[in-house]
Design a protein around this ligand. Structure first.
Ligand SMILES: [Zn+2]
Length: 241
C-alpha cells in the first residue's frame, strides 16, 4: 500500500501495513482481557485493549473504507442499549474539522468506538488538551491518533497569510497563529502547504506526547500517540514517522 503514497512520502510507514494482518487477527477472536465484559455487549466486536491492537483496528477499518467494503459496525439496537450505561472507546482521534474527514467514516467505526476531538488544523488549546487527557486518563484509551489531511484549508490559510501578512477574522487568526511555527519554509507554494500539513501533525503529536501524564503512560507501554495523514484522493490513512 506504500505504492499509493506519493513519492515524497515514500519513506513513511503505512498504517495499513499492519492493517491487512490486523483484519485477519480480529477475525480470529482477539481476546482482550484488559477490557471489562460490559464493554463487549451482544453483537459488538471485541475491544482493542492495547495501542497495537487499536492501530490494527483503525487500519482494518480504513482498508474497508477505501475499498468500499464498510461494515458500519456498532450501530445495532443491542449496541445502542448497551452503550447507554457506559462507553469504552478504544481510540481517540484528534482530527481537523474538515467535512471530508469524519473519523468514524474513514475508519469504519460505530457508536462507542472512537472518541473524537476536532479543531481546525487539529490546533491545540486548553479545551482540546483537556479533552484528550480526559479520554486517556479517565477512560483509559490506549491510542491517540493525530489525523491531519491532504488539502487542509486551515494550514493553507496559515501559510498564505504568513506570506501576505493579511489578518484573518478574530478567532480564525488564532488557528493560523498556532500553525505558523510549523510552516516548512524549505518549500514554496503548494509544496509548502503540503509539507506544513505533515509538520503540523508531527508538532501536535509531539506536544501531546510530551504532556507529563500522557508521557508516563507512553513509557509504560499503555499508550501510543501517533501522527497520521488522510489522503482525500485515495482515502488512505498512513502513519507519519
Ligand atoms: Zn483541515
Amino acid at each position: 500500500m506504500n505504492s499509493q503514497d506519493t513519492p515524497h512520502r515514500a519513506g513513511r510507514r503505512a498504517l495499513l501495513r499492519a492493517g491487512l494482518t490486523g483484519a485477519a487477527a480480529l477475525g480470529t477472536g482477539l481476546t482482550l482481557s484488559a477490557t471489562p465484559a460490559s464493554a463487549t455487549p451482544a453483537g459488538a466486536r471485541p475491544r482493542p485493549g492495547t495501542p497495537d491492537e487499536a492501530l490494527r483496528e483503525l487500519a482494518a477499518g480504513n482498508l474497508r473504507w477505501r475499498t468500499y467494503r464498510e461494515r458500519h459496525p456498532d450501530e445495532s439496537p443491542a449496541v445502542r442499549q448497551a452503550l447507554a450505561t457506559g462507553q469504552h472507546p478504544f481510540a481517540l482521534v484528534l482530527g481537523c474539522i474538515d467535512s471530508r474527514v469524519p473519523p468514524e467514516l474513514v475508519f469504519d467505526q460505530g457508536l462507542g468506538d472512537l472518541m473524537t476531538v476536532r479543531s481546525g488544523g487539529e490546533v491545540l488549546d486548553e479545551a482540546v488538551l483537556g479533552s484528550v487527557a480526559y479520554g486517556v486518563l479517565e477512560l483509559g484509551i490506549p491510542l491517540v491518533l493525530v489525523l491531519g489531511h491532504q488539502s487542509c484549508g486551515a494550514v493553507k490559510a496559515a501559510v498564505e497569510t504568513d506570506v501576505s501578512g493579511a489578518q484573518l477574522p478574530a478567532h480564525i487568526q488564532y488557528l493560523a497563529d498556532q500553525i505558523r511555527p510549523n510552516i516548512d519554509r524549505t518549500k514554496d507554494g503548494a509544496a509548502r502547504v503540503d509539507a506544513t500539513i505533515d509538520a503540523n501533525i508531527r508538532a501536535i503529536r509531539s506536544r501531546i506526547a510530551a504532556e507529563p501524564d500522557l508521557a508516563a503512560k507512553v513509557a509504560a507501554g499503555e499508550l501510543a500517540v501517533v501522527g497520521a495523514r488522510y489522503e482525500l484522493t485515495t482515502q488512505l490513512v498512513h502513519r507519519l514517522s
